[in-house]
Design a protein around this ligand. Structure first.
Ligand code: ITT
Length: 197
């Protein structure tokens, strides 16, 4: 089954393809170099819906939208839905630098945070909407480590881990990540037939 990913984020595309390994699912990017509508939602769900609606209205094929981000308790949940646009330059490096700066002096035990991911899928033929959410708890590190993954991975330490997420290979990250935690239930709902969605 082919699923169109409503994202421009190469890190997400890589993760979904690894998650789909060994399944009948095949993820492909939205065709063409299109500008997605502004993410004006106030929740991860609303923004994932904006992305998937856009891709589905263009293609009519089964599409999946992902909206995700990092919520930091010491910052009252920021950057949250604005994770990719947190700093003026909006690059992974500048977003992490801004966050590290804001948390300067905050002790390790008070740096709790979580990645959240909301997935919304629209199914070809039935036009059914299926959604799922996943979380991973952890702490924001004091410094960057690792060169794998994307986004805030170099400064996130999952609960129970000594490694930063960017030190984990894709397989290891996919065993615990917010995206993987959302993906499993979503695919179960998709494949379980029309009455159970
Ligand atoms: P699309 O909207 O095109 O999907 P995006 O990167 O703008 O791409 P989001 O609006 O969902 O996507 O923002 C998600 C941001 O949250 C992302 O850019 C990272 O900064 C961060 N993020 C999400 N998942 C992450 C992960 O697994 N590891 C590290 N950072 C992550």
């Amino acid at each position: 089954m082919e699923i169109i990913l409503a994202t421009h984020n190469k890190g997400k595309i890589k993760e979904f393809n690894e998650l789909a390994k060994g399944t009948e699912l095949n993820f492909i990017p939205v065709p063409g170099n299109l500008t997605f509508p502004k993410e004006i939602g106030t929740t991860f769900f609303e923004n994932a819906l904006i992305k998937v609606n856009f891709a589905f209205s263009l293609t009519g094929k089964t599409c999946l939208g992902d909206d995700s981000g990092l919520e930091v308790d010491a910052l009252n949940g920021k950057p949250g839905i604005n994770s990719s646009r947190y700093s003026k330059e909006s690059t992974d490096e500048s977003n992490m630098d801004k966050l590290l700066n804001e948390l300067k002096g905050i002790p390790h035990e008070d740096r709790s945070a979580r990645f959240k991911c909301c997935l919304v899928l629209i199914e070809e033929g039935t036009n059914k909407l299926i959604s799922s959410e996943g979380t991973i708890e952890g702490k924001v590190a004091e410094e960057k480590k690792g060169d794998k993954g994307f986004g805030y991975d170099p400064i996130f330490i999952p609960e129970g881990s000594l490694l930063h997420t960017a030190e984990m290979d894709q397989k290891k990250k996919n065993l615990i990540s917010h995206r993987a935690n959302a993906f499993g239930p979503l695919i179960t709902k998709l494949l379980s037939g029309p009455t159970e969605k």
